[in-house]
Design a protein around this ligand. Structure first.
Ligand code: ACO
Length: 373
């Protein structure tokens, strides 16, 4: 019998030139660029090009990509009809999963995945989220604007108002930082689907499903729930102590790969400090400090640090997004990474088909249904 690595920890499932997560040294690299080199400097569109094509675009390449993405932001009538048909109580991640599936079926997106298909899906993701958000509040969707950047247009489509520059800058930096992250669960999911020879929309729909879980992209809303429950600085210690005594996980802490600080958390902390209400930031920062102190004291061997989700929550909150739009906003960014990985997977692909250890019984004999005890 072989030994299974629980949660596939430490298992290398392939080679990628797209991004490197160096968990020991707290580094994230996109195609040779440290994340701090890109966040706040490159736009999301430039990073899409970097991930898909392997290099930062020239002016001409960027203009061409921008033109294609802006022209494809609108969602077609059948896709909009599907979003309209959803109950207003639908979780926005379920709506974006449904919408992405509809985009794939209606365009259609089929055959071997291509960069043009990646653009077609990425361009529409923000529109799916914004359109559903408005519909669930009884408002008509706002049509995308071709004169705005990806980040600005998303904020515009949510409210119908031109967004503030500082919000656009924060969101753009967030979209850059979350666009790819090695062989995370949702990217792995997308690559497994790609390995079967399936289409790009199916890979992306699978990615959305994997991202939804609270152990992956569903955490930041729960971070805000935690900060709300803590409420005041005096309550930090009793709240955290109680949660850890009950063996609850603290949302926004811990990571499978980073055994030191996540570089994105460092960048997001500074953004949150600048953009948040000072009282809110103080509560978040003091909560982080005490949580780290207790996690290190109680679980010294686990090397638990703040992960990307803790300050993502504060940054997205400061931009004015409601908390249940945090996971789909993560998806709006990560769709670039998923599609880049699928494009890489299909080159020299081999079906991903691991094995499992069977732990059930053997040797049972069939009895007709009326003769069974
Ligand atoms: N709070 C308290 N204890 C924790 C936490 C946490 N946030 N994270 C890990 N631990 C502890 C576990 O209780 C366990 O301790 P034990 O061995 O004494 O029982 C040990 O550390 C290992 O935990 P695992 O869950 O096995 O670690 P794994 O690598 O499988 O999980 C994960 C990583 C899912 C991120 C985990 O740290 C977690 O659940 N964190 C909270 C949720 C969260 O913030 N998710 C967002 C992740 S970032 C992203 O996906 C973009």
């Amino acid at each position: 019998m072989t030994t299974a690595a629980k949660g596939l920890e430490g298992v290398v499932i392939g080679t990628t030139a797209i991004s490197r997560v160096d968990g020991a040294n707290g580094r994230l690299i996109y195609r040779g660029y440290e994340i701090a080199e890109l966040a706040g400097k490159a736009t999301y569109e430039e990073v899409c090009h970097l991930l898909w094509a392997g290099h930062l675009p020239s002016r001409q390449e960027l203009d061409a990509l921008d033109k294609k993405m802006r022209a494809q932001r609108a969602i077609s009538a059948p896709v909009l009809a599907a979003l309209r048909a959803l109950p207003s109580t639908t979780h926005p991640m379920d709506a974006v999963r449904t919408g992405a599936s509809m985009v794939g079926a209606a365009l259609p997106i089929d055959g071997t995945p291509t960069q043009d298909q990646a653009i077609a899906l990425t361009a529409r993701f923000a529109t799916l989220v914004a359109a559903f958000h408005r519909l669930r509040h009884g408002k008509e969707p706002v049509a995308p604007r071709e004169d705005l950047s990806h980040a600005a247009n998303y904020l515009y489509m949510l409210t119908g108002e031109p967004p503030e520059d500082r919000h656009v800058k924060s969101l753009d930096a967030y979209l850059v930082m979350l666009a790819d992250h090695g062989m995370n669960a949702s990217t792995f999911t997308a690559r497994v689907i790609a390995s079967t020879g399936s289409d790009l929309a199916s890979c992306v729909v699978g990615g959305v499903g994997a991202l939804k879980g609270p152990l992956h992209g569903g955490a930041p809303a729960l971070v805000l729930d935690m900060l709300d429950a803590i409420g005041t600085p005096e309550n930090i210690k009793p709240w955290i102590d109680h949660a850890l005594d009950e063996h609850d996980k603290l949302m926004g802490f811990g990571h499978r790969v980073y055994k030191t600080t996540d570089p994105r958390a460092e960048l997001l902390r500074e953004m949150a400090r600048q953009a948040s209400d000072p009282e809110f930031y103080a509560l978040a920062h003091q909560t982080e400090d005490y949580a780290l102190e207790e996690l290190h004291r109680r679980k010294p061997d686990q090397r638990l640090y703040t992960n990307v989700e803790f300050y993502s929550a504060s940054v997205l909150h400061s931009v004015g997004l409601p908390r249940d739009l945090f996971p789909p906003t993560f998806a709006i960014s990560r769709v670039a990474g998923w599609t880049a990985h699928v494009l890489e997977q299909v080159v020299g692909n081999r079906l991903m088909r691991p094995e499992s250890d069977y732990s059930g019984p053997t040797g049972l004999t069939y009895a007709p249904v009326d003769q069974r005890a």
